[in-house]
Ligand binder design. Structure first.
Ligand code: MIG
Length: 765
């Protein structure tokens, strides 16, 4: 496709190589991040994920050899050969990643008769397309594990499977053989014996990832269209790869503190009376809750940015009342705009040409909840601004967050044809190119609109995503089912999403479709407790699954874990603070911190919450004990305080109300006093749950709501414990007036209260 190397030139950070048939470029973004580009569609990059110039001044040398070009940065060697084959080496010239030179070994013989026979009983297989217009094939050495790739089904390690990036709304219970779900995040991390690296294939068309399904010798990624445009991200440790990827695509900004509380939802709480009743239950039953979600039935005829006059008359008054009681309201919005003359949103969009068009230039129509509808063209800034400004109609009613659904985009009358036309910031593009970023751009519009019209940090949830959506929105995993397989899937799925840059993420706790059982909800809330987005949500015709919907035991177990979540809120908020600067997720697979421990590469039923809390939930019906792998070091059982030495498997009893939790020795975990919602009372004394060992911990504190922290209005506390058991607290930053008055240190069964006035304090524990 490229032919032989002909000529070479350099332009700042870019090495431009003329091959016989096509030009290729290697751009040194940083010493560890290299972009490989060839403009098949456009001469320039056309990223929707990377929105700023990321390349920095980096020293590098280029050497032209007889058969290759060598580029050397302070961290990497890159060798480029004919046909634009590119190999990456570490600084000691050990091979990290090589392009595959041989022909792909796919059988071109498709057994048509077998396909037809199997189809008689409903077994369908996709005809394999053998080669993509753009395709990169990499050598697989033997021990690679692959992580990331967004929300794909199945287990943590993606090796041996093939996937597609094509945002899809599929209501059937999702299983391992699904190739695509709602989100397209074309980024994966490869871990092998001596190396770890990441590849981000920045192409919004339908892309394909075969992680060693076709052959044991190679894996590949490709696309039908667009450019060859991928980033190779190197580092020594897995967290550095995520840091590199989120350096490019952005990081989750600090959320409002209340968004980290418990959320209750259902499709739908249909009247204001029902919403009030749900709220009342939480307070009366002593179950903390911050957020109630309004699903599509709050609208008039499912018309976006309207309110049902009958069921939500005077919504602002009700929302204000709920607010007084600590509840914040989040409303759903869908992109599909009902075709109805006289409906302001529809009319404005038509007048201004804001909707996607068919190839003849007529506004494109399909059906969603409101019936025949049109699709706002979020690929254009004007449209995003208009959509963003419409958030005012929600904010005016007192809404505090906006949930973006159906933005794959979903359509009831068959998929949008490939040739539906979008503006693409004036460049023009078809559906094939915009599909995978439609939800991303809707989330961006929503975020920016909220930010313009409210001083607080926008809270947006989205179902469809592309790389970089984390800058604008949290995500949830869409329509899972109330089945044990989906509770099991939640762990690897959330961990992989986290490694794909989506820090703020959660599943529908209890499951969306199908009917939940008491036991399933009890176990799901034990996972939800440790997910950053903690929301119970359920589908319209299915059995109710609020914490009280089953029996007393279930209510008690829900209360126990929701309260535990609130206890851990300051720790969770600290993780978000940290993630803003390194992109690390909240829910982490063990392999992220123990990449050299062979035992953790494929742990699918345990995870880390931050770096020091290990969670081993039960995800099997009827199970009342389970084996747990603890990595090296000492770990303390959260419930019994027993110290266990790691590097081995242990067996632990796990009755229905127990989710096994272990703390790494040396952990300092900040805890809040009991709260029924964020802001119920000012926290003047912070509890520190301390686990023996030398340690240091940074704790972040601000008003939890607006952007003043960007101007220094925050405190950063540094807690440390030395080998003599001396506890020290000091302020590393002091810009927020509400300094804690004291700390309650829990240490080896003792409670030590340490008064604080902002000056450094040292106490012997
Ligand atoms: O498929 O608005 O994933 O959370 O409750 C129906 C109704 C459309 C899909 C979302 C789900 C939501 C539902 N929506």
């Amino acid at each position: 496709m490229f032919g032989k190397i002909k000529a070479l030139k350099q332009d700042k950070n870019v090495v431009i190589i003329d091959f016989e048939q096509q030009q290729g470029q290697i751009e040194i973004i940083t010493e560890n991040i290299i972009n490989v580009f060839s403009g098949f569609e456009t001469k320039e990059h056309q990223s929707r994920a990377i929105e700023e110039v990321k390349s920095v001044n980096t020293e590098y040398v280029v050497i032209k050899k007889e058969d290759r070009i060598e580029i050397k940065t302070t961290a990497l060697y890159i060798e480029i050969f004919d046909e634009f084959k590119v190999d990456f080496y570490d600084i000691n010239h050990n091979l990290i990643c090589a392009d595959y030179r041989n022909e792909r070994k796919v059988s071109t013989q498709i057994d048509q008769a077998a396909i037809e026979l199997a189809a008689k009983e409903g077994h369908f297989i996709d005809a394999r397309t053998l080669s993509k217009k753009i395709q990169v094939v990499k050598v697989m050495d033997g021990d690679e594990c692959f992580y990331g790739l967004g929300d794909k089904t199945g287990f943590l390690n993606k090796r041996g499977y093939e996937y597609e990036m094509w945002n899809s709304d599929l209501p059937e219970p999702q299983v391992d053989s699904f190739k695509a779900l709602y989100k397209s995040i074309p980024f994966f991390i490869t871990l092998k014996k001596n190396h770890v690296f990441g590849i981000f294939y920045d192409n919004t068309y339908r892309t394909y990832f075969d992680m060693g399904k076709e052959s044991d010798e190679y894996y590949y990624f490709g696309a039908d269209d667009g450019n060859l445009d991928y980033y190779f991200i190197a580092g020594d440790k897995m967290p550095e790869i995520i840091e590199g990827y989120t350096y490019l695509t952005g990081r989750t900004p600090l959320p409002q503190l209340w968004t980290l509380g418990y959320h209750q939802s259902r499709w739908s709480y249909e009247t204001k009376e029902e919403v009030k009743d749900i709220a009342k239950h939480f307070r009366e039953l002593d179950i903390p809750c911050d957020v109630i979600h309004l699903d599509i039935d709050y609208m008039e005829d499912y018309k976006v940015f309207t309110w049902s006059n009958e069921r939500f008359k005077d919504a602002d008054k009700v929302i204000e009342e709920l607010n007084q009681d600590g509840f914040k309201i989040v409303t759903i919005i869908d992109p599909g705009v009902k075709i109805e003359k006289g409906y302001t949103i529809y009319d404005e969009g038509i007048k201004n040409g804001y909707y996607a068009k068919d190839v003849e230039g007529n506004v494109y129509e399909n059906a969603v909840w409101p019936g025949l509808s049109v699709y706002p063209d979020f690929s254009d800034e004007k449209v995003r601004n208009w959509w963003g400004d419409n958030q005012k109609l929600l904010l005016q009613k007192g809404v505090r967050g906006v949930w973006n659904d159906m933005n794959e985009p979903a359509s009831f009358n068959g998929p949008l044809p490939d040739d539906v036309q979008f503006l693409d910031e004036g460049k023009g593009a078809n559906h094939k190119k915009i599909h995978n970023v439609y939800g991303h751009l809707m989330a961006k519009a929503t975020y920016e609109g909220l930010k313009r019209h409210d001083k607080r940090r926008p809270f947006v949830i989205t179902r469809a995503c592309y790389s970089g959506t984390q800058k604008y929105s949290t995500g949830w995993t869409g329509d899972n089912h109330s089945i044990w397989a989906h509770l099991q899937m939640a762990i690897p799925q959330l961990c992989n999403l986290g490694m794909s840059g989506l820090t703020f993420i959660g599943t529908d706790v209890g499951g969306f479709g199908s009917d939940c059982t008491a036991e399933l909800l009890n176990r799901w809330v034990q996972v939800g407790c440790f997910s950053p987005l903690f929301r119970n949500h359920c589908c319209k015709p299915n059995r109710r699954q609020e914490p009280w919907a089953f029996n007393q035991e279930t209510l008690d177990i829900n209360r126990k874990y929701i309260k535990l979540h609130y206890t851990l809120l300051p720790y969770l908020y600290d993780l978000f603070w940290e993630s803003q600067s390194n992109g690390l997720p909240i829910m982490r697979p063990l392999v992220l911190h123990y990449q050299n421990d062979r035992n953790v590469k494929e742990i699918n039923d345990q995870f880390l919450f931050g770096e020091t809390i290990l969670v081993a939930p039960v995800v099997v019906q009827g199970q009342r004990a389970r084996s747990i792998y603890l990595p090296e070091g000492n770990w303390i059982d959260y419930w019994t305080k027993e110290v266990v030495t790691g590097g081995k498997y242990i067996l632990r009893e796990a009755p229905l109300d127990v989710c096994p939790i272990y703390l790494k020795a040396g952990s300092i975990i900040p805890n809040y006093p009991e709260l029924h919602y964020v802001g119920e009372k000012e926290v003047v004394e912070l509890t520190l749950d301390v686990y023996e060992g030398v340690s240091e911990y940074h704790h972040y504190q601000d008003n939890g709501e607006d952007f003043e922290y960007e101007y220094g209005e925050y405190n950063e506390y540094l807690f440390s414990i030395d080998d003599k058991g001396i506890f020290t607290v000091q302020l590393a930053s002091n810009g927020y007036s509400k300094i804690y008055q004291s700390f309650k240190v829990l240490y080896k069964g003792k409670i030590i209260v340490v008064p604080f006035n902002g000056e450094k304090v040292e106490v012997q524990l």
